[in-house]
Design a binder for this molecule. Structure first.
Ligand code: FA5
Ligand code: MG
Length: 433
């Protein structure tokens, strides 16, 4: 079967339990989860659980995490000279769907829950899709200001800036009435909340506009200061309005990278219902979630997100600095040539009650499972519907490139044939070769 464990684990941080996808259960980090019709996690993905790149000293993700910590520790000091933000980087990526979705007010039928977009261990347990999954538990434990770094998992397309495992840093800060208004003249007359208000594009129904504006300003200011600290004053940044079920208003920050705008984080004013459910109903807060790879790519000029998984000394050694503040510009390993190969197939007929029997993400997943790190990109080239039979076919281009050596035609052909074979047996497509 395709989804079974293969080879040995490239673990660098001591013994970790080997991933096992059994007949009836899935084992992750030493615990066993019963399989059901939702189970879709693969051995390739489970290989990554426990790697904790963000906790490997001198790894570029560790380096950027340390720099963000250093900035928050030195810029935000509590009343007793203590760091205001506590930092958490060791929470298990195995979470309940309740944590990942319900705790964040994500409705039961929301598209972000799709089986095709997430890695489920079973119907109630999954690999977290974002670090926001821990917001409620950390607020409930009494924290008013924290940072949380962790690995997150999503079934996604494959290209230079998307990978099914990446790392996020979450930040949350809660404010009391006094903290928001103490610097404002006659601030003691103002209130965080108002009764009978309306939800508008600017604010939630229970919030006062003046409180939201101050909290939103603090959020954007905190993030702009962080980005300026990391990238210097010359970095170009812009704010884009957006939507999350757990914040309102919500924003994304984009940074100029190689001539394009790249989204690096999402953020907003926390939904009060979430704050209330975490037992902090008298406070108002902001939250953000940023992609550590995205920041590290801009900061160190790392051209491809797959490089973060490299065990090649020529990559890792470039980040072994005596001082975390020392600038690094990644010197690319010599660029090895890409090889590409196309694959075309007829899609299976739609099955039971219009339920999709094939999705593009299924194919991306399969390509990644078989081709692993050799696959640089998969893109849909062409779609065709037969005028008479109505049958649909698709053609994908797969670009193969090894980060550390030149691939041979023969090697690529063998992998490509395995992909063709697996697509037929696993996905029920019919090759057009
Ligand atoms: C979220 O995950 C929200 N939880 C962020 C958030 C937190 C909003 C708190 C409000 C309050 P999003 O899916 O946009 O949002 O991901 C956040 C960041 O993760 C992105 O801006 C990007 O930097 C990074 N990211 C997202 N998908 C990928 C991917 N496939 N590969 C690498 N980085 C990614
Ligand atoms: Mg986004």
């Amino acid at each position: 079967h395709l989804w079974t464990s293969s080879g040995s684990l490239p673990i660098t941080d001591g013994p970790a339990p080997r991933p096992v996808i059994g007949q009836d259960s899935v084992e992750v980090l030493g615990a066993s989860y019963p399989r059901d019709d939702f189970t879709n996690v693969t051995a390739k993905i489970l290989d990554k659980v426990g790697r904790n790149l963000h906790n490997q000293p001198h790894h570029p993700l560790w380096l950027i995490k340390e720099r963000i910590k250093a900035h928050f520790y030195s810029s935000y000091i509590g009343r007793w000279g203590n760091p205001l933000f506590s930092v958490h980087d060791n929470l298990s990526p195995v979470v309940s769907t309740e944590q990942n979705f319900d705790s964040l007010l994500i409705p039961p039928d929301h598209p972000s829950r799709k089986r095709g977009d997430n890695y489920y261990l079973n119907r109630t347990t999954m690999l977290r899709a974002h670090t926001s999954a821990h917001q409620r538990e950390l607020v409930r434990s009494g924290l008013d200001a924290f940072l949380l770094a962790g690995d997150v998992y999503r079934r996604d397309e494959i290209d230079a800036s998307h990978y099914p495992v990446f790392h996020q840093m979450e930040g949350v800060r809660l404010f009391t009435n006094h903290e928001v208004f103490s610097k404002v003249q006659d601030g003691h007359e103002l209130s965080l909340f108002e009764a009978g208000g309306r939800r508008t594009p600017q604010k939630q129904e229970t919030h006062s506009l003046e409180a939201v504006k101050l909290v939103e300003f603090d959020l954007k200011n905190t993030l702009t200061r962080l980005i300026t600290y990391l990238f210097g004053d010359d970095v170009e940044v812009r704010w884009v309005d957006c939507y999350f079920p757990f914040t309102h208003p919500s924003f994304e920050m984009e940074v100029r990278f190689q001539g394009d705008w790249m989204e690096v984080l999402g953020c907003g004013v926390m939904e009060q219902e979430l704050v209330n459910s975490a037992g902090a109903g008298h406070k108002l807060g902001w939250a953000f979630g940023l992609g550590l790879e995205r920041l590290a790519m801009v900061l160190y000029s790392i051209p491809d997100i797959r490089l973060f998984w490299s065990q090649d000394e020529r990559f890792l050694q470039q980040f072994r600095l005596p001082d975390i503040q020392q600038p690094v510009t990644f010197q690319p390993l010599s660029k090895y040539p890409p090889l590409h190969n196309d694959i075309s197939f007829w899609l299976p007929e739609e099955s039971e009650a219009g339920r999709e029997s094939f999705t593009q993400n299924d194919f991306y997943e399969l390509v990644r499972s078989v081709g692993g790190e050799l696959v640089e990109r998969v893109s849909l080239q062409d779609e065709f519907t037969h005028p008479r039979t109505g049958r649909r076919s698709q053609c994908y281009r797969i670009v193969y490139r090894h980060m550390e050596r030149t691939l041979t035609q023969d090697e690529v052909r063998r992998v490509h044939q395995q992909i063709e074979h697996a697509a037929e047996t696993e996905l029920g497509v019919q090759g057009r070769y």
